[in-house]
Design a protein around this ligand. Structure first.
Ligand SMILES: Nc1nc2c(ncn2[C@@H]2O[C@H](COP(=O)(O)OP(=O)(O)OP(=O)(O)O)[C@@H](O)[C@H]2O)c(=O)[nH]1
Ligand SMILES: [Mg+2]
Length: 666
């Protein structure tokens, strides 16, 4: 990985939903002189009116190659941003000029800060904004550890932003729609603000550079060239994040951004190092994304870190055939790819996202795939039973594309449950199943794993007898049933004296009892009880295992309703994470959902955030994410682990039992 190879680089665009990332990508491509291809062309992107999968694009700018990845902004699709950012040489965080929405930038900033990824903040939609940029930054600053440093100040004309002064070159630019800005004299009105902001910028840079610090103290300001170089060095080390202003839709501030990318973005060796890859003189690439494209099949998107990957190269015994550059939906064959490039590798079945290719050998890895824990679930089934096999193949392809989506077959509720990051995320998956794999899906709210137990002892006598010619069936048993404490489970023993129930039939009674416990009088699995076989009778010829098993079942079926059965609901220990300003509201939500607050504390390593722990019924977690997101600018989240079962009485219990009965009769 050659330190100075900056010819092929990758910039990743992230930011909250609708902040203008895709528009900015198109503007960047157009500014390079190329025609921007259409993006967001999938049926789902159209249906949901948003970016639903990363857009890849490639262009040449001043003789250098730029690979762009434009990520979806929906917080429910943030896994795509995490996977892309890790592999970026620079990340452009696209924000709106809205101080209230700062919290929605938090997840990106935190990721970038934690991994030391060079990044720049692009404040979009500046044209219509009257916000004071310094107020905006002050508010956004609380969401990142890196100093946000203005690199430009706006030039205003009345309520409109019509240009910007660059603080390094001290040149003023007047915006022109869709074109490169026009160089103008710095307007008188912007002078003072420019001087002040430039001083602030140099002060931050001097914090990381003694020489500059000394020069500033001696009132000697270095030439622009030196500042440019220093800025590039400091950005590469992620000491601070420069802030640019613009308007993607009008092409304002786009050249300035592109120039910053060009001059200040490090070569791919920095990102390669972050991914744990060292220079070895071999051809090294990692798989940064997997796509399953109708008609084209599986595409592994690779970033080359070192060496040259050639079409026709051997890969794990197979052969790379048909490598291409990705530009929106266009796939242009490419004979070879060099360090920094992003290319599509078609139909290599063994490859998975996170894998590293070293001289054609696959080293599997999963660094990219650590997904956030699920916060929303749907029970799904194919509308047409015949589609079951198609559905499971399709689901595994969806998972290849998106590690934050996964399915679980729940034995106790007999449901196939799709887990993910929210309602949109899962509806999108369902739409993909229909559009791409032709599987229509019926969805339902998953059933919580209810149980039931008993509160009263009982003794019961049961006899199973069938004597209709030939060998008959005979078993006679007496059992005692006792409640046990929560979590103690089921226990079976016997106190048979004198062989009234012969030894070999004792386990058969247990088996019968357990079978009956699968569905108790309320319709749910029965837990936490002890059954003792106390006495019985047998017949020397007609008794057999089956008879004793059936007697066991019958004894339980008759006895359990008399044992005062009670519904048990699953309770989860839940940690809700929220920016502190919403902590009170979150408390209200927990109480409103029958939750029991255990306490709250500052969230570990998250300045300005709280974590509230509570015991919550499983049923209350189902749409919790929707409510806490809507009160917290989309930023609050939670994780939950099963803790215990708890008795549930009254109307809530009656409703559940009634629904269960109806479902069983159905
Ligand atoms: N007025 C104005 N509108 C803009 C600007 N940039 C983008 N838009 C509009 O905002 C809407 C959303 O823009 P997108 O570029 O799709 O936003 P995005 O960030 O890619 O959205 P997601 O990928 O879904 O998160 C579109 O209608 C754009 O035309 C801007 O600078 N000014
Ligand atoms: Mg977009």
């Amino acid at each position: 990985m050659k330190e100075n190879d900056r010819a092929h680089r990758c910039a990743v665009l992230v930011g909250p939903q609708g902040s203008g990332k895709t528009t900015l990508l198109s503007a960047l491509i157009s500014r390079s002189g190329a025609d921007a291809p259409p993006f967001d062309t999938s049926p789902e992107a159209k249906e949901f009116a948003m970016t639903t999968e990363p857009n890849f694009a490639r262009c040449e700018y001043h003789g250098e190659t730029w690979n762009f990845i434009d990520c979806p902004g929906s917080v429910e699709l943030i896994q795509h941003s995490f996977e892309a950012m890790r592999n970026a040489d620079i990340v452009v965080v696209v924000a709106e000029p809205n101080a209230e929405r700062g919290a929605s930038l938090g997840p990106y900033f935190r990721f970038l800060d934690a991994l030391n990824i060079p990044h720049v903040l692009f404040v979009n939609r500046m044209g219509e904004s009257q916000i004071r940029v310094r107020d905006l930054l002050q508010s956004l600053q609380s969401h990142t550890q890196r100093p946000l440093v203005l690199r430009q100040v706006p030039i205003r004309d009345g309520d409109n932003v019509v240009g910007a002064v660059d603080l390094v070159s001290e040149r003023a630019w007047k915006y022109r729609d869709g074109k490169q800005s026009e160089l103008i004299e710095i307007p008188e009105a912007a002078q003072a603000r420019k001087d002040e902001a430039r001083e602030e910028m140099l002060d931050v840079m001097a914090d990381f550079d003694e020489e500059l610090m000394e020069q500033i103290l001696e009132d000697k300001v270095p030439p622009s060239e030196t500042i440019f170089n220093l800025m590039a060095q400091e950005l590469q080390q992620d000491f601070f994040a420069p802030v640019l202003l613009g308007s993607a839709a009008h092409g304002h501030g786009v050249t300035r951004l592109f120039k910053l990318l060009r001059h200040e973005t490090p070569g791919p060796s920095i990102a390669a190092g972050r991914c744990g890859l060292k220079a070895t003189g071999k051809t090294v690439a990692s798989i940064i994304r997997t796509m399953h494209v109708p008609h084209a099949g599986k595409i592994s998107v690779a970033r080359i870190w070192d060496g040259t990957l050639k079409d026709g190269d051997a890969i794990n015994g197979g052969r790379l055939s048909g490598m291409f550059a990705i530009n929106g939906d266009d796939r242009n064959k490419q004979a070879q790819a060099v360090a920094g490039d992003i290319v599509g590798l078609p139909r290599l079945d063994e490859l998975a996202t996170g894998d590293v290719l070293i001289d054609g050998k696959i080293n599997s890895g999963d660094v990219n795939r650590a997904a956030p824990s699920p916060v929303y679930s749907l029970a799904i089934r194919a509308k047409n039973d015949k589609d079951d096999v198609k559905l499971s193949t399709a689901l595994s392809k969806l998972y290849d594309e998106d590690a934050s989506l996964y399915t679980e077959r729940r034995a106790d509720t007999a449901e196939l449950v799709l887990h993910g990051q929210g309602d949109i995320h899962l509806r999108l998956a369902v739409a993909k199943l229909k559009n791409r794999y032709n599987v229509e899906i019926i969805t339902a709210t998953p059933r919580p794993s209810y149980r039931e137990t008993i509160r009263k002892n009982a003794e019961h006598h049961a006899r199973h007898k069938k004597q209709s010619g030939g060998h008959g069936q005979f078993a006679d048993i007496k059992i005692k049933i006792k409640p046990r404490a929560r979590g103690e489970g089921y226990k079976y023993d016997e106190v048979i004296h004198g062989g009234t129930v012969p030894k070999q039939f004792i386990p058969a009674v247990d088996a019968g009892v357990q079978e009956e416990l699968k569905k108790g009088p309320l319709g749910f699995p029965v837990v936490d009880l002890a059954v003792t076989l106390c006495d019985g009778l047998h017949h020397p010829v007609d008794s057999n295992e089956m008879s004793f098993k059936l007697a066991g079942r019958q004894a339980m079926r008759d006895a359990l309703p008399e044992c005062d059965p009670v519904l048990l609901e699953p309770i989860y220990q839940t940690a809700i994470h929220t920016p502190r300003e919403y902590t009170n509201k979150v408390h209200g939500v927990i109480s409103g959902r029958r939750g029991q607050i255990l306490g709250f504390d500052a969230r570990e390593d998250w300045p300005g955030w709280d974590t509230i722990t509570a015991m919550m019924p499983e049923s209350a977690l189902q749409d919790l994410i929707i409510e806490i997101r809507s009160l917290s600018q989309g930023s609050a989240t939670f994780s939950a682990d099963f803790d215990h079962y708890q008795e549930l009485f009254g109307k809530d219990a009656e409703k559940i039992i009634k629904e269960r009965k109806a479902a069983l009769e159905h």
